[in-house]
Write a protein that binds this ligand. Structure first.
Ligand SMILES: [Zn+2]
Ligand SMILES: [Zn+2]
Length: 277
């Protein structure tokens, strides 16, 4: 039987709810044979996850998910099968995390000016490890009664023109692809259907991604519908891209992102894992 690959997952090293070791155990219980840990802009969970996977006999791939800027859109690029200790990759990720920290602090200042005090400190406490994201601010704003749910938080506070909005200062796509290549990895566009690009913008993005050395695309994703997966599969065929499959698992409380129910890749696609077998 074919192995079940899940090449996109998050641990508490970024915004997942499980520690790297817990995540690996959870993956095995949920039928995964080979797991990639792809935390946001950080590789610090990899050694713990690899150790746990080795103990269990689970296949393990070191990865990372990098936030990049492409023509004013924030995209996520996965680096799969990377050397997590590569100095150029680490320096690049460090730069992104510093920008993230600056953004979180700036968001706190702006909310403060709008009359909501202590938001940064509260969001930081919610984040546990100090990697403060907009989700953490949102949880605080809901808990304090400034909004009733996530949707309202974004509408009231975190869209352009509102007090909590600070534009992301991410890496350019070419830069991130260069770091991944230096670390010996394969670049994959994560959950492409989620960016809400028009069909022509999507093709342009893929063309520029390939020009910059990108090789793969996530066809099956926990956040893709079947129809979206079919559409992305057609693009993988058209552009001869390696096809990837990943749940984007963060937390068992998010029901639609589920390791067990993730569909298989269509047989005629070239799976990304064939590149390192
Ligand atoms: Zn993502
Ligand atoms: Zn992700």
């Amino acid at each position: 039987m074919a192995l079940s690959y899940d090449l996109h997952s998050h641990s508490s090293a970024s915004d997942g709810s499980f520690t790297p070791a817990e995540l690996v155990h959870y993956a095995q219980k949920n039928g995964v044979d080979v797991l990639a840990l792809t935390d946001h802009d950080i590789t610090s969970g990899i050694s713990e996850a690899r150790q746990a996977a080795d103990k269990l006999g689970l296949g393990f791939i070191a990865g990372v998910e990098i936030s990049v800027l492409w023509r004013k859109h924030t995209l996520h690029i996965l680096g799969l099968n990377i050397d997590p200790d590569n100095t150029e990759l680490l320096a690049g990720l460090d730069k992104i995390r510093q920008a993230r920290l600056w953004r979180a602090q700036e968001m706190g200042h702006r909310l403060d000016k709008a009359g909501i005090a202590g938001a940064y400190e509260a969001a930081k406490a919610i984040s546990k490890d100090g990697n403060v994201t907009r989700t953490h601010f949102a949880k605080f704003l809901i808990a304090e009664g400034h909004a009733k749910d996530m949707k309202q938080v974004f509408k009231r506070f975190i869209v352009p023109g509102k007090p909590g909005y600070v534009a992301g200062e991410w890496a350019q796509m070419e830069e991130a692809l260069a770091w991944i290549a230096k670390a010996g990895g394969i670049s994959v566009i994560a959950h492409p259907a989620r960016y809400k690009l028009t069909a022509s913008k999507m093709r342009l993005m893929i063309e520029e991604f390939i020009q910059a050395g990108g090789q793969g695309i996530e066809v099956v994703s926990g956040s893709h519908s079947q129809e979206e997966s079919r559409r992305i599969a057609a693009l993988a065929r058209q552009y001869d891209l390696l096809a990837s499959r990943g749940s984007d698992f963060h937390d068992p409380a998010i029901p639609y992102i589920n390791m067990q129910s993730l569909p298989a890749l269509a047989d005629d696609l070239t799976a990304v894992w064939t590149a390192w077998q």
